[in-house]
Structures are given as C-alpha cells and as structure tokens.
Design a protein around this ligand. Structure first.
Ligand SMILES: [Zn+2]
Length: 255
C-alpha cells in the first residue's frame, strides 16, 4: 500500500513489517514441516494397519475352519470304524448300539459342516475386505506421495521466499532512517515481531487502546513517526477506499 502523502520512512516501516511478517509466517510454516511429514506417515500407517487387520481376520477364520475340519476327520474315521464293526457284530443289541454311535457321529459331522459353511461365507466377506483394504492402501500411498511432493515443493518455495525477503529487507533498511529502524527493531523485539499498527477509528488496531484525539489527528496525516502510547507500535492511517489520503480539517490545530 502506498499513500501519496505518506512520509517515506513510514511507508518503509510498513513495507518492512510486511516483509518481517511474511518471513515469520514462512519460518513457522517451515518449522511445522516435520510435524506435517509425520502426519503423512501416520496416514499411511493407518491404511497399513487396516490391511493387516483384515488379513488377520481372514487368517483367524481359516485357522478356525481347519480346526473344525480336523474334528470332522476325527468323526469320519470313527464313523468308518463303526461301519466296519457293524459288519462284524453278532447280536442285534450290538448292532443297535453301533447304529446309535454312528447316528451321533453323523449328527456331529453335520453340525460341524454347517459351521464350516458359515466360516466359508464369512471368509468371502473377509476376502473382499482384504481386497478393499489393499486398494485403499494403494490409493493412500499415491495420495500421501502427492502430498509429500506438495510439501517439499512448498518448503522449497518458502525457503526461496525467505532468501528474497532477506534481500529485500536489506535493501529497505539501507534506505531507512537509522533511528526509525532502531525504533522498529526495538518494538518488534518486545512485541512478538509486530512493530507497526494501523490506527482506525482512533483505536490502535493491535492493542485496541483508544488514541488521544490529538494523537489520532497527527497519525491521520501519515507524515511523521508516531508510536502508540500503549504498545509503542508505529502507527499509520489507511484512508478509506477512494478517499484522498490527507489529514482531517481539525488536524490543523494539532501540534
Ligand atoms: Zn497500540
């Protein structure tokens, strides 16, 4: 922003503040980079865990099914043993007893086979879940890779901008009155890097303290370095859109 009537040094401190704020934001963003990279790793980790969990569910199903199949085999071998015995029985009583045992074994086999069928149906769903998780992981890998590239590109841009801002700052401070620069640096140091504040409606827009009318009238002229009584920041006035940048009439009485 440039105001025709503005004191050049005031324009410069406003520009200087912009550069410092840009540099500060860039540094903060760069400092966040490891955290953001970690968040990307975490996203990938979640997708990997989901796939591992789906695979573990399927494996558990298959293990249970194999156990039941073993039980079926045990009952089937008993059944065939009973069949052999049935051929060799001498009495009706023995025959009925074996028939009864065979009946038990068959019922048991039928019930186990029903359970195997349930496990097979469940395995179909679990297989589909593994495929879905596998696909989701592949997609997440692509997305994370793209975000990683974007993060690297952003960091590169920020580092370049920091170099440019530093050069621009050096050029600017070389043209700035050393006393004004010293004031700027001192206030910036004590006020989290913000040494310049707009005065609007007679209020310092950063510390929100109301300015004395005479001070505000002087600030409106933008022709001298005036600090906020409360926060010490260098004040400037931004004329409303379309309005000429000049002091109000009553400002002529101000000292
Ligand atoms: Zn203030």
């Amino acid at each position: 922003m440039t105001y025709p009537a503005m004191l050049p040094d005031l324009s410069r401190v406003i520009a200087l503040q912009k550069l410092d704020t840009t540099a500060h934001d860039a540094q903060r963003r760069l400092a966040d980079e490891p955290e953001r990279a970690k968040a990307l790793d975490a996203r990938l980790e979640v997708a990997k865990e989901r796939l591992a969990e789906a695979k573990a569910n399927l494996a558990a199903n298959q293990a249970k099914r194999r156990e039941i199949e073993k039980d079926v085999a045990v009952h089937q071998s008993r059944l065939s043993k009973f069949r052999d015995q049935a051929m060799a029985v001498k009495t009706n009583q023995e025959y009925h007893a074996i028939q009864k045992e065979m009946g038990f074994a068959q019922t048991e086999i039928k019930s186990l086979e029903d359970r195997i069928l349930e496990f097979m149906l469940e395995a179909d769903e679990q297989n589909a879940a593994v495929k879905r998780a596998d696909k989701a992981l592949a997609e997440e890998q692509k997305a994370v890779e793209a975000d990683r590239r974007a993060l690297a590109a952003e960091s590169e841009t920020l580092r370049t901008s920091l170099v440019e801002v530093a050069a621009e700052r050096a050029r600017l401070t070389a043209t700035l009155d050393p006393h004004v620069l010293a004031t700027f640096e001192r206030v910036a140091k004590g006020r989290s890097g913000i040494a310049v504040a707009e005065a609007r409606d007679a209020i310092c827009t950063i510390c929100h303290v109301r300015l004395r009318p005479q001070v505000f009238n002087n600030v409106r002229k933008n022709d001298s370095i005036i600090q906020c009584d409360s926060c010490q920041r260098i004040l400037y006035f931004a004329p409303p859109e379309g309005a000429p940048a000049q002091a109000s009439d009553n400002a002529t009485h101000a000292v």
